[in-house]
Design a protein. Structure first.
Length: 295
């Protein structure tokens, strides 16, 4: 019995070892290195790495630029998490209730998910263009030319316009999760409530929503993380501008660390972002899971 157990341990180790080695090389080692470099002054290229203690973190808490990036990240994250899930749920309800074309609508809503962030950014940047973009052309075509905008150049609209791209691109993915959850709701419960005289809204609010709460937990967690690490679309569409209007924490990390040669400070921003993600995700998980209903 002891030999069999020992043999099993070796076999299990052989299966686990490759994944553990890769995890160590590509997650643990870079994380430890990042923590170290966050306490240094380094340009990311030379061998001149100077230990400066907590100076980078002190600068973070006194930096107006970091505060601006944190604010932009918070606005985008709340905007995306709210409306992306709302649109996805509406799409899922539509697909779940249509009597024909179910596969067509499901595929049509999901197609934007397959487009890379870079490509989506380029497409929408052209659509937002002041001179030949789709938005202004439509306004001009219906006689509302006075409302034409430089959609990405207007500092009051920039974050919203970027958020719309992210919602368009991501709603289809969350729709699939909501749809799978909707299809698992027992039909008997809906029919019983209907017989008892419950309206469609009452059935949705009192039966459907509680039973798909697990999907809410998954989707809001994913959209929260997505909102906190937006990069591709901002890089393509605005480069963080106008000024620093659309500069998020991830984009600040990139600009400072790679463009401005302040790898130490950029790494410190990354560590702060990691803690923010962990804290917010923990709070969100605790809040949403406490409201889940087990079937």
């Amino acid at each position: 019995m002891g030999n069999r157990a020992k043999k099993f341990d070796k076999t299990a180790f052989c299966f686990i070892a490759p994944a553990f080695i890769l995890f160590t090389l590509f997650v643990i080692v870079p994380t430890v290195a990042s923590v170290y470099y966050s306490f240094t002054s380094w340009d990311g290229i030379s061998d001149n790495v100077k230990f400066i203690g907590l100076a980078n973190y002190r600068e973070i808490f006194t930096s107006a630029r970091f505060g601006n990036a944190l604010k932009n990240t918070a606005i985008l994250t709340v905007f995306i998490s709210t409306f992306e899930n709302l649109v996805a749920l509406i799409f899922a309800l539509m697909v779940d209730n249509v009597r024909w074309g179910k596969n067509f609508f499901r595929s049509a809503f999901y197609i934007p998910v397959l487009i890379s962030g870079i490509v989506a950014g380029f497409i929408w940047k052209i659509m937002y263009n002041y001179n030949f973009g789709t938005f202004n052309a439509l306004l001009q075509g219906v006689g509302l030319g006075d409302f034409k905008q430089d959609w990405l150049g207007n500092t009051a609209l920039t974050l919203i316009m970027i958020g719309l791209v992210l919602i368009w691109k991501g709603a289809g993915y969350y729709m699939i999760i909501y749809l799978a959850s909707l299809q698992s709701v027992p039909v008997e419960l809906i029919e019983a409530a209907e017989i008892d005289g419950a309206t469609a809204w009452q059935r949705f609010k009192s039966i459907t929503v509680p039973l798909i709460s697990g999907a809410f937990t998954i989707n809001f967690t994913l959209s929260l993380i997505k909102g906190l690490k937006i990069f591709d679309e901002i890089n393509v569409m605005t480069d963080g501008g106008p000024g620093f209007t659309s500069e998020t924490l991830v984009y600040l990390l990139y600009k400072v660390g790679f463009n401005e040669g302040r790898q130490g400070f950029g790494t410190a921003v990354g560590i702060m972002l990691l803690f923010i993600i962990i804290i917010l995700n923990t709070i969100q998980q605790k809040f949403l899971r406490s409201r889940e209903v087990q079937m």
